[in-house]
Design a protein around this ligand. Sequence first.
Ligand code: ADP
Ligand code: MG
Length: 261
Amino acid sequence: MSHPRKSTVLLEHHLKQLRLPTVLKDYALVAQSCSREKCDYPTYLLRLCEKEVADRQKRAMDRRIQAAKFPMLKTIDSFDFTAQPSVNEPLIRELLRCEFVDKNENILLMGNSGTGKTHLATALGFAACCQGYKVRFFGCTALVTQLLEAREDRQLQRSLKQLEKQDLLILDELGYVPFSKPGSELLFEVVSRAYERQSLIVTSNLPFESWMEVCGSERLTGAMLDRLTHKVHILEANGTSYRLQESRKRLARRKKTKRQN
Ligand code: ADP
Ligand code: MG
């Protein structure tokens, strides 16, 4: 009786040391099903390895999604294209395959507030995480503030190196708050370093002509746009705010029920 228990203890110890948590969790159950189905030993081992690999991929994907720090977890499944007909759905579907990340291409999402730019940027970032890419989401203002602070702490190069490790950077909401001169220089530094090495998704409520108001200098804005738009997919969302559409619908429903009562 003591012999099998000893081998089990040793097996579990080795599986832990080898960091095979799924094999550890499932080896006994899979052994039972394999013995019922009269599978040979390699098949038993194969089934366990397949489970371990699948779980490992899932864990890595979850880690990438966590690390991306999306403000909200929105995917393309919850995006209603009929509510925003100006959005180029075929292009979005193509971009969800994430070839743009391999090619270091950028995406610009332009349009009024509430038209789903952040939602779409997140959905594209989520798809990239699922396909094995490292993604990091930032509000533009927060990123610039973070970099200005890092520079004060003499940590700027370190922060920029961290950013360079990502395959895809999402810079959300360029245009709501104008940057100081050092702030726009740092944003330019990010865009410049990413050029042809990483992909950027930038969302903005402002047309290009107005970017200078946010970034300050004409020279710097021009240079930034030049890099951003060299290899770029531009998506425009020009409809009514989704939030506004939803609240109008709610209001209409309320009026209708009032009339009925
Ligand atoms: P923007 O970034 O353009 O200001 P958001 O992406 O923040 O807009 O959208 C505002 C809210 O409306 C979010 O909760 C978003 O999920 C939702 N939303 C916007 N457009 C759509 C859409 N077409 N289908 C479903 N939800 C949408
Ligand atoms: Mg937004």
